[in-house]
Write a new protein. Structure first.
Length: 148
């Protein structure tokens, strides 16, 4: 009976030891599972942060592309305005040059006429007393004036 009680006690001890090892393995397994879940949560958070960063970058790229397109459109419009202004200024300059040439031509003509008239007046002033004296000189002067 002592041997059987001893055996029963040893079996109970072995069973307790086995139970304790099982509990330790279960606790180790729980801890490993908890660590794995925590690692998965951290990875999911990191993945979400990366997705958010990518979305923000894409939005920034879209905004930058929009801003660049707007700047390009603005620059194109300014170039078109400046080109039109330059063409208009070019036409105006051509018109001004033509008007200047015409005025210079008129001035030259007026100076020429004034010079001819001045020569005539001088010839008349010199010849006037002689015209009274010699009518034949008047006909000579008229020929000079006609030739001039």
């Amino acid at each position: 009976s002592t041997s059987s009680s001893m055996r029963a006690r040893m079996e109970r001890e072995a069973a307790r030891e086995s139970l304790r090892r099982l509990e330790l393995r279960a606790a180790e397994s729980d801890r490993a599972r908890d660590e794995s879940e925590a690692r998965q949560r951290r990875m999911a958070l990191a993945l979400q942060r990366q997705k958010d960063t990518i979305a923000a970058l894409q939005a920034t790229q879209a905004e930058a592309a929009e801003a660049a397109a707007a700047a390009a459109a603005d620059a194109t419009a300014k170039i078109a305005r400046l080109t039109a202004e330059m063409q208009r200024s070019g036409r105006e300059m051509s018109q001004l040059r033509a008007a200047r040439k015409e005025l210079q031509r008129k001035l030259d003509d007026a100076e020429e006429r004034a010079m001819v008239a001045g020569k005539r007046a001088a010839a008349r002033a010199v010849a006037q007393p002689a015209l009274v004296v010699t009518p034949s000189l008047a006909s000579v002067l008229e020929g000079v004036e006609m030739g001039a």
